[in-house]
Design a protein around this ligand. Structure first.
Ligand code: G1P
Length: 298
């Protein structure tokens, strides 16, 4: 099966409890890095990789996400009349064409594997991408585009983004067992979801970008519980390894921010602020002052 990857699944059903009370009324994915919601970064990355079909796995309380991607005729009209062309273009760029975006509900929080499985009918029989919006990756070439290009060369199998983490962090990730390390590509011989530091097969962690074959969805059909009592995507991919199907780890070029954690979110905010021409000088000056004050206080 050598087919272009055109569909991407965005599991966005999570409660976002780590960001309460903010997430009491706004979906975590709408929280902003500078002035763009997390979900916008994910969508832009998918578009850059050639994705044309966007599948959102949502849950109750996530309607703000649907509104965000809808056309906003009143707002657009007001901006147009006021001659605010730049803002108008910015708003219009967030619109999704009817039919390009589909929403399915995950009616119970049973895990990432279950969330992806909920999209099975919309995915059909072709390779598809999964993007976890918590993992924001800054890089010259967007991460998923790097992966899609590498995947086209391989012509099949499954691919997960991968990154080295300190052993103490293994319990937060899916961890890879390595058969052969070829640099940017790693042939995977096993995968474990959230092992203890001692049990981790390597220090290579799965980061939230995947290109998967529809067989992974079939593996999920059994809805088998894994780590933490959840239905794990990692386990369904690991089954492919066991079956002798190729699974690749892909060491992407870029900096990854864990926007699922408060510290990671703050770091990303600073990094994306410093990357902006209109904010860099003022923000850098402020950071410099803060650091100088901290040093003086020590
Ligand atoms: C999920 C996956 C895990 C992966 C991680 C990357 O975990 O289950 O395998 O390493 O995303 O961010 P979560 O962070 O949702 O607990």
């Amino acid at each position: 099966m050598k087919r272009k990857v055109t569909k991407a699944v965005f599991p966005v059903a999570g409660l976002g409890t780590r960001f309460l009370p903010a997430t009491k009324s706004i979906p975590k994915e709408i929280m902003t890095l500078v002035d763009r919601p997390l979900i916008q970064y994910a969508i832009d990355e998918a578009r850059a990789a050639g994705i044309t079909d966007f599948i959102f796995v949502t849950s109750r309380g996530k309607s703000a996400l649907e509104d965000y991607f809808d056309h906003a005729p009143e707002l657009e009209g007001t901006l147009r009349r006021a001659g605010k062309t730049e803002l108008l273009e910015m708003v219009k760029a967030t619109n999704m064409d009817s039919g390009a975006i589909a929403y399915v509900r995950q009616n119970r929080p049973l895990g990432l594997g279950h969330a992806v499985w909920c999209a099975r009918r919309l995915i059909g029989n072709e390779p598809f991408a999964v993007i976890l919006t918590d993992d924001v990756i800054a890089g010259e070439t967007p991460c998923l585009k790097q992966m899609v290009d590498a995947y086209a060369e391989l012509g099949g199998g499954n691919m997960v983004a991968a990154m080295e983490v300190p052993p103490s962090k293994a319990p937060s990730y899916g961890m890879l067992d390595i058969k052969e390390d070829m640099g940017s590509l790693v042939a995977v011989s096993g995968m474990v979801e959230k092992p203890s530091a001692e049990d981790a097969p390597s220090n290579l962690a799965v980061i939230g970008r995947y290109i998967l074959t529809p067989r992974v969805l079939q593996n999920l059909n059994r809805l088998k519980q894994g780590a933490g009592g959840e239905i794990q995507l990692t386990d369904a991919i690991a089954e492919e390894v066991e079956r002798g199907e190729p699974v690749w780890g892909f060491r992407f070029r870029g900096q990854r921010f864990d926007c699922g954690s408060k510290a990671g979110f703050l770091q990303a905010t600073v990094a994306f602020g410093l990357a902006r021409d209109d904010l860099r000088d003022e923000l850098a000056r402020y950071l410099y002052e803060v650091v100088a004050l901290q040093k003086a206080a020590q």
